[in-house]
Design a protein around this ligand. Structure first.
Ligand SMILES: N[C@@H](CCC(=O)N[C@@H](CS)C(=O)NCC(=O)O)C(=O)O
Length: 228
């Protein structure tokens, strides 16, 4: 039986983007249930799938997994051939640490620069706490690429060579850095380009742009502004 991923609007739901892109890049078949967020009845719909009242939720037969990082960890265990965690112990512990750092942190960046696929690339003044987040993320990307991303059996364009959980966790951050025109170093920039060149990225973005829902508290109703 195929897996089912229950998630929110592709345009806004950054937590949903994480397991979705991992499933797609790993070529794992799954069905989608999309719940438009923050509409009347959204919460009740979500609660049918998860007592935590949040998306994403993964359904695999009798098993339900919520929390993006727990879902990604479940996928890594269930589909070992996808190599979603690096094989090397040092790389794997580093990947786990930065994935957890993302899951637990960077609230200023997340609050100030919400993911919005509609948003044209446009800079915005960043408060010091967001600048501090960006510096840390730039350092994470650069250190991973330089220490683990190049050469050897893991050679590839992603944080630990091949695409994995850590990349999935940072996918919405890449989107934010891009759309808010936030400068990062050359190594981080090249990594971001590789992420945004993924066919799965284009697929998610195209679907997001086709969605009819505009969140009431969105920074700007971009579809309307861009149409005018
Ligand atoms: N820590 C959770 C965060 C999940 C989360 O905040 N999801 C948001 C959408 S991106 C949500 O479900 N919001 C709907 C609500 O709170 O009613 C995870 O990693 O999955």
């Amino acid at each position: 039986m195929a897996l089912t991923l229950v998630f929110g609007n592709k345009n806004y739901s950054s937590w949903s983007f994480r397991p979705w892109i991992a499933l797609r890049v790993a070529g794992i078949p799954f069905e989608e249930v999309v719940i438009p967020l923050y509409e009347p009845g959204s919460k009740e719909q979500i609660l049918k799938y998860s007592p935590a009242g949040k998306v994403p939720v993964l359904i695999d037969g009798d098993i339900r997994v919520w929390e993006s990082l727990a879902i990604l960890d479940y996928l890594a265990e269930r589909f070992p051939q996808a190599q979603l965690w690096p094989a090397d112990a040092a790389a794997r512990s580093h990947a786990r640490a930065i994935a957890a750092e993302m899951h637990a942190g960077f609230a200023p960046l997340r609050r100030h620069c919400p993911m919005n696929m509609w948003r044209p690339v446009q800079t915005r003044e960043l408060p010091p706490e967001v600048v501090a987040d960006v510096r840390r993320i730039d350092a994470i990307f650069t250190a991973c690429r330089e220490r683990f991303g190049q050469g050897g059996a893991m050679g590839g364009a992603f944080l630990f060579g091949g695409f994995g959980v850590a990349d999935a966790m940072y996918a919405p951050v890449v989107s934010r850095l891009h759309t808010y025109g936030i400068a990062v170093g050359a190594v981080a920039q090249a990594y971001m380009q590789a992420m945004m060149a993924l066919p799965a990225w284009a697929e998610w973005r195209a679907a997001a742009l086709g969605e009819p829902w505009i969140m009431a508290n969105a920074e700007v109703d971009w579809p309307t502004v861009l149409r005018e």
